[in-house]
Design a protein around this ligand. Structure first.
Ligand code: ATP
Ligand code: MG
Length: 262
């Protein structure tokens, strides 16, 4: 049996397609027959909403209620109570109260490892656990980095930030030295791309020149299409909403790269 991989989707720059990538990569991997768990670790709860949870504030047991139990070393409820099972894939959702949990993490020694403690026992149930992160290099994202095997970094030319990427890579390197020796950068994924634009070409060559030798840059580029926004609005992945759409096909191709089928 294939070993479970925990993937964090991270970039502290906002709006680079992290959540869309977590949702659609998860969906494409599930379509390819893999067992997938999505984890929403961003208080904006966009991933939870994209996965059909319309009112995250009404969740009975979001991840923000489980993490304090992990921190306190208390017994956790049965996983069926906090893992929401979907037809294709499962999700541990959150809501905006995760912000308060982040403050909690700061005061505890276990603060950096809480998500890792929660996810490790779930490895045996899944092929992939994909964790969405928030646009801030704080303790929530650091928890995801401490818990994961690999990081996928979505980069969108419109929201390009050289300092942002440098800070993220430094944090990953520090995490590897001090906290999680397993962690590697799986690669950079270009998202929300208009390939014909000058901006795209400029950012693409800058990223390949600056990072291409050390970091894999995925061959797949996720195109910019209004259908992604429509799918998100309707709480669905683009793969479900419009499977023939160019972004859906791109996420499928990306999933094949992740699976190493290319
Ligand atoms: N391929 C795409 N084409 C067009 N719009 C897209 C595409 N991917 C994402 N978007 C839109 O861009 C916005 C940002 O995407 P998304 O929420 O995935 O980014 P994010 O990095 O998770 O943002 P945040 O940093 O706020 O968490 C959303 O409105 C989403 O619908
Ligand atoms: Mg997001």
């Amino acid at each position: 049996m294939e070993k479970c991989k925990i993937i964090a989707v991270a970039n502290q720059k906002g709006g680079t397609g992290k959540t869309t990538t977590a949702c659609n990569l998860g969906s494409a991997l599930a379509n390819a027959g893999r067992k997938v768990l999505l984890v929403d670790f961003d208080p904006q709860a966009n991933l939870s909403m994209n996965c059909g949870i319309e009112r995250p504030d009404e969740l009975v047991m979001p991840i923000n209620d489980i993490i304090p139990l992990v921190i306190a070393g208390k017994p956790l409820p049965d996983k069926t109570e906090y893992v929401i099972r979907g037809e294709k894939l499962d999700i541990i959702p959150c809501n905006m109260n995760l912000t308060a949990t982040e403050i909690n993490l700061q005061t505890e020694v276990i603060g950096l490892y809480a998500l890792s403690e929660l996810l490790e026992p779930l490895r045996s149930d899944y092929d992939y656990i994909i964790c969405d992160t928030n646009p801030y290099l704080g303790l929530l994202t650091k928890n995801a980095l401490a818990a994961c095997d690999e990081v996928i970094i979505p980069v969108s030319p419109q929201f390009w930030s050289a300092t942002g990427l440098t800070d993220l890579l430094e944090t990953i390197a520090k995490t590897k030295r001090k906290i999680n020796p397993r962690i590697t950068v799986a690669g950079i994924l270009f998202t929300i791309c208009d390939k014909r634009t000058r901006l795209f070409r400029d950012v693409e060559s800058l990223v390949s020149e600056s990072y291409g030798e050390k970091i894999r840059i995925y061959n797949t580029y996720i195109p910019n299409t209004v259908k992604v926004g429509e799918a998100n609005y309707l709480s669905r992945s683009i793969l479900e909403f419009d499977p023939k759409n160019k972004a859906a096909l791109a996420y499928e191709a990306f999933a094949r790269e992740v699976l190493g089928d290319d």
